[in-house]
Ligand binder design. Structure first.
Ligand code: KG4
Ligand code: ZN
Length: 340
């Protein structure tokens, strides 16, 4: 407690960001330090799990110290420790989980393990103080594409998900073949702004008529085939047009399915979350489609879209408030179900 306010400290290490945050009353950020390893993994064109774990280990101490300093908090004032315990890279998760267990144990305060997707969903609570369940969450990240019925702070029903590549994964792979670099999402976003989305039309894959599942690998392969064909024919590839055409196809499907899910369930709000939620076209399309259908639209600012510990702290707070608590035996899981 500090000044009568409940303090949560959170740790996120599921992929290539080492992040530590402090929150007041679960929804207000005191500090949210994110140390990205992007530059290290860029050389390999993607995240190398073993390298990620090692860097989490060497970064952790500095990131904790900076987060403490920025928040002006002492560990003794922390009421709850939250940590991502899955899904993610197992070696990377273990660093966060071991650190959180050690800290919670050393000051004798409760510990809560958080599902990474629950964290992404919770990123919306931080800036939108009026948002509360029930609502629909559209989670689009490097590892997940999920439409989730958020029935309560800790009650989720997955209505649809990707059958192959996640949305962010498709962005990253297409960016790689276009020679744009890693991570691909923001680079495609930027290139697409200079391109014509109608120059090359890529497939919108909807699967069965009523399906809320996704499939992006067909669209990705279509882009790769287009690039190879152009190269074979010795014809020019306008990177900006390919990026714009691909982004237009993927964001159309995500938007249409999110709206379809809202109409099907009768939910009146949609919250976008995950790294791909930072995509400027997706945000525009979702905002417009929600407006046209009388649905309230929520999305976090860019810094809370990609992996960060503040969203994990917010989720931990609501788990703890509803009676969830872990202990020193908490483990990390590479795969983990959201529906508890
Ligand atoms: O949520 P996140 O940080 O990590 C996972 O949990 O996977 O998401 C990372 C993903 C990457 O695939 C990255 O390319 C994508 O989010 N991303 C974007 C944008 N910014 C990040 N995708 C499209 N447009 C963006 N502006
Ligand atoms: Zn994530």
């Amino acid at each position: 407690m500090k000044n009568g306010k409940f303090i949560t400290m959170a740790i996120e290490t599921s992929c290539d960001e080492t992040s530590v945050a402090f929150l007041e009353e679960g929804r207000t950020i005191l500090s949210n330090v994110i140390s990205s390893q992007i530059e290290i993994h860029q050389a390999y064109g993607g995240v190398v799990p073993e390298i990620a774990s090692r860097h989490h280990l060497t970064n952790m101490g500095h990131v904790i110290n900076r987060a403490i300093e920025e928040a002006g908090i002492s560990l003794k004032e922390v009421d709850l420790f939250g940590v991502t315990y899955g899904p993610g890279l197992i070696g990377a998760l273990l660093i966060g989980v071991a650190t959180a267990k050690a800290l919670a144990f050393s000051v004798g305060k409760p510990l809560v393990g958080v599902h990474h997707i629950q964290g992404h969903i919770s990123s919306n609570y931080i800036e939108n103080k009026e948002l509360e369940p029930p609502f629909l969450a559209m989670v689009v990240s490097g590892g997940h594409t999920h439409i989730i019925d958020v029935k309560g702070y800790n009650e989720f029903v997955v209505l649809g998900q990707t059958r192959d590549d996640a949305a962010g994964e498709a962005f990253d792979k297409v960016a790689r073949v276009l020679g744009l670099g890693y991570p691909g999402g923001p680079l495609i976003d930027r290139a697409a702004r200079q391109g014509n989305p109608d120059a090359i039309k890529f497939k919108r894959v909807y699967l069965d008529k009523d399906s809320l599942d996704f499939s992006f690998s067909g669209t990705k392969t279509e882009v790769l085939n287009y690039i190879n064909n152009q190269k074979q024919k010795g014809q020019q590839i306008i990177i900006e047009d390919v990026a714009a055409g691909f982004q237009d196809a993927v964001t159309d499907v995500i938007t249409d399915k999110a709206i379809k899910a809202a109409l099907k369930t009768g939910r009146k709000s949609i919250a976008l979350a995950g790294g791909v939620a930072a995509n400027s076209l997706l945000r525009m399309k979702m905002e417009k489609a929600c407006g046209d259908n009388g649905i309230a639209f929520f999305s976090p600012s860019n810094i809370l879209c990609t992996d960060n510990a503040a969203m994990i702290g917010c989720a931990a707070y609501y788990k703890y408030k509803e009676g969830f608590e872990d202990n020193i035996y908490l483990e990390a899981y590479a795969t983990l179900s959201l529906e508890i």
